[in-house]
Design a protein. Sequence first.
Length: 596
Amino acid sequence: MFDLDRAAEFLSRLPIRDKLSQRLTPFKLNPSQRKVHAALKTQNDKNRPMRAVVLKARRQGISTYFDNLLACHGIARSGTNAMIVTHDFKSSKELFKNPKTLLTESLPSQKSLKSILNLQGMTQHKITFPHAMGDSYLTIATAGNVEGGRGMSLTDLHCSEAAFYPGQGTFAALLPTVPRAEDTIIAVETTANGRTGVGEVFYDFWNASVRGDTEFIAIFLSWLIDPTCVDYDHPVTDAPKDDDERLLMKEGVNIDGQLVKASLEQIAWRRMTIDSPACRGYVEIFDQEFPVTPDVAFISTGEPAFTREEMAIARNSISSFKRVEIAGELGPGIHIYCKPNDVSPVLQWEPPIKDHRYYAGVDAARGKDEGDFAAIVVLDGETGHQVLRYAQRVDPEYLARLCHYVGHYYNKAMLCIELTGNLGLWCQMRLRDYFHYPNLYRWRGTRDDKVAPGFTAGKRGGTYGWETTYRSRERLLITFRESMCTVRDEEVVRQMDVATRKDSWERWEIAFGHDDVLMAFMLANVARSEWHPRKLEGATSALTTDAETESRALQKLNPQVSFENIESVTASVYKQLLRDRDRYDREEEARKRGWR
C-alpha cells in the first residue's frame, strides 16, 4: 500500500526548482497542497481508490504536487503505469519538468535511490523506474491526442487543466483506463473555463462530484488561502473602495465552514493582479483565474440573476443539516414522526416549533431516472429560516404522500404546489381529495387585500396552487429578492448562481442544470409573503388547525375545471372522518387508562 505520509516526508527532504527565482528550494507543502494531500489520505486510509477533482486559483502548486506524487508512486511500487495529460503540447513540456527535476537535480544527493534508477533511460516523454518485480513508468500526453490514453491500462492519471480539454471524448477515453482498485490515483485539476462550450464538460463533472454523484472528492482552493497572494509594497489606505472589496473585508467568505476575511495586503494584491496584463483590468477574468469561491469561478453566459452581494449573503448563511426520515400513518388517527436516517434525502435544519406557522414550496417531476427532481422546501413563517429540503426523482403520487407527512409534521404547513405541466395538478389533487390536506395555497392574484382563502364568510379565495407564467415567474423572483428569508441550503445557492436574467432584470431562467430546489424555495417564500398571519389582522388565521375550521374550509371547496371528472371528497365525508378520528382518540385514551 502506497504510504502518502512517507511520500510527503520524502519530498520534504528534496529541493525543487522555484518558478519565480529558478533556485532549488526545499519542497514544503503549502496550505493548498496540504489540503489536497489530506483529502487523498482520507481515501487511502480507508483502502479506497484515491480520486480528487480540484477547482483552483492559479499558481497553487497543485500540478507540481500531483506530478511528484506520481513519481514517488513509481519509485515506491513496482508495476505502476502513470500518465500526465495536459491540454496542449507546451504545457506538457513544462509539467514534465517537475518529475525530471526531482530525479535529475534532487535525487543525486540520495545515493541509495540514484543507484536503482536508470536515469540515462529517461526521454522527453517517458520516465522508467526499474524494479525487480517489474518496471514502473511515468509518461506525458496531450488531451488532443485521445489515443494516448485509449486502450491503455493505467494505475495513476493526472489530468491537468481539464476544463480546457477539447471535447467530452477525452474524459470518456481517459477515466476508464484506471481501474477502480485501491492504491490507484486519478487527479483532475484545473482553473475554471466557463459553464458552456469547452468548459461545460468539466463544469458538469465538478457539480456532479460536489453532489456526491461520483467517487471523486471535490476540492476548491481559493486564492484567499494562498500565502503568496499578498502585496506589502503598495498599501491600500482607501480600502474597501467598492462592493467587492467590502464583501471580502467586512462580510468575509465561507471556506470549508470557516469565515475568512481578506487583509489589506490581500486587497492590494488583488488590485495589482486585476490591473496586470493577465486580467487587463477585468474583474471577471480575475474571478475566473483567481476565484474566491466556486460560484464565481465559472463565468456565466448572460447576466446573472442575482448580484454578487446577494450571492455572498446567501453563501455565508449556508449551515449544516441532519438527514431525517419523516413518515406517519394514514387514516383518522394521523401520527407523524421524525427520526434520524443517514441515507435519507430529507435534509432538516430545524424541527417544528409549537405555534410557528410554516410554508412549503413543492415542485413536482415525472420521477424518471434521468429527468428533473421533485423538490420540497419548508420555511419558518415567523423567522424566515429554511428548515427543510427534499430533492429526489419521484413521481407525483409518492411526492403527494411525502408532502402530506411533511406538512402535518410542520404544524400543517401551507403547501404551495407548482402546477405547470399537470404533474403538480396530480400531486395537488391527491393531497386534496385523497389525503384531505387542510392547508393548500390558493392563488391570490394581483390583489393584496384578500384574507386567507375559505375563512371569511361569503368569500372564497383564488384557485388552488401556483401556475407559472411569464408574469408569475417574474413575481417569484421579485418576492424572493425582497424577502428576508435565510437560505441555508448549498444546493439553493448553487442554483441561484446559474440563474441568468433575460429581457429584463426580473425575467430569469436556468439554461442548464436543475432549478427544482430554487423553485421550491421561491414557492414557499411567495406563500409566506402573501399569506403571512401578520397580514391577516381581523380575519381568522389561515393556519388554524382545529377540526371545525378545517371542516369549514373544505365546505368552501369548489374543484377547478381540471378536476371535474375526478371524484372529490365532500364536506360530509370529511366531517365523518373527523368524527371517526375523535372517536378513535377517545378509545385510545380509554385503553391507555385501563377503562376498557
